[in-house]
Design a protein around this ligand. Structure first.
Ligand SMILES: [Zn+2]
Ligand SMILES: [Zn+2]
Length: 270
């Protein structure tokens, strides 16, 4: 071996050693400071709630007790079951917004979290589809985040993903003043199943970034079912907590307080 060979050998050895003892530097996915392990710094990690406690077995949203939420009870969704690894609040919101605004690389991490949630799913899927965006919206953002997730998740769970199986023909109309039923009907008209043959008789997993009111996924599930899909499941990165119960509990305490006050007022008057 000549001297250059020895030098190169040394270089290689030191590079390998450096990589072992000083692994690649990472930055926190939320605030961007340098970290040495994991994906989030200690402070940001505290702000993210993972969906690992009580959830509704149908919509997968965080609940107070592990039982079907009142919303699903009142109107059973068209999808059989939904899961989401993160609660859409605080740090969870920050993460999803980063993903939607230029940090597409987060797809890998999100897809891994979703894949581990899907492990204990009762049934398997034939294919993955994603919630589409109009061409105009994709051009504005640069990518469709749901499509990135479908692609990564497909790799991780070994289920094929279908490109452009469902397309969005019009932007979502203004929905603020509408009821959930009206929203779903409105959205249904914006989706078109373009690959009917590949959907027919299949168990389909819809992938999206966030589950809020559920109107978008419900509209898409309806469209897929009427195009011949057998069953629909849903996986999102995050979902809002189901708060109906908390609200009603608050309302109950307020009502109780009011009753007590009235009772004491009546007692005073006597
Ligand atoms: Zn941080
Ligand atoms: Zn539910």
């Amino acid at each position: 071996m000549n001297t250059t060979g020895i030098k190169q050998g040394f270089k290689k050895f030191f590079k390998a050693a450096a990589e072992t003892f000083f692994p690649e530097k990472f930055t926190c996915d939320i605030c961007g400071i340098e970290i040495f392990e994991g994906r989030l710094c200690k402070d940001c990690l505290k702000t993210v709630t993972f969906n690992d406690k009580a959830v509704c077995p149908v919509c997968g949203r965080k609940t107070v007790r592990p039982e079907i939420c009142l919303e699903c009870k009142a109107d059973l969704p068209k999808f059989k079951k939904a899961v989401s690894p993160i609660v859409y609040e605080d740090g969870g919101v920050a993460l999803v917004l980063k993903f939607k605004n230029g940090n597409g690389y987060l797809k890998e991490h999100f897809a891994s979290l979703m894949a581990s949630k899907l492990k204990d799913f009762p049934s398997s899927f034939d294919c993955i589809v994603y919630v589409p965006m109009t061409k105009k919206a994709v051009n504005r953002r640069g990518y469709n985040q749901a499509k990135l997730l479908a692609e990564s998740l497909s790799e991780k769970i070994g289920v094929p993903w279908l490109k452009d199986a469902v397309i969005k023909t019009a932007d979502t109309p203004e929905q603020k003043t509408l009821t959930k039923k009206e929203r779903i009907a409105n959205l249904e008209g914006c989706f078109k199943v373009a690959k009917r043959e590949e959907i027919k008789g299949k168990s389909v997993l819809i992938v999206d970034d966030v589950l809020t009111t559920g109107a978008t996924c419900e509209a898409m599930a309806k469209r897929l079912l009427s195009a011949g899909a057998k069953k629909i499941y849903l996986a999102t990165v995050a979902s809002v907590e189901y708060k109906q119960f908390k609200k009603s509990k608050k309302a109950l305490t307020a009502k109780k307080k009011l009753m007590r006050r009235r009772k004491s007022e009546r007692a005073k008057r006597r």
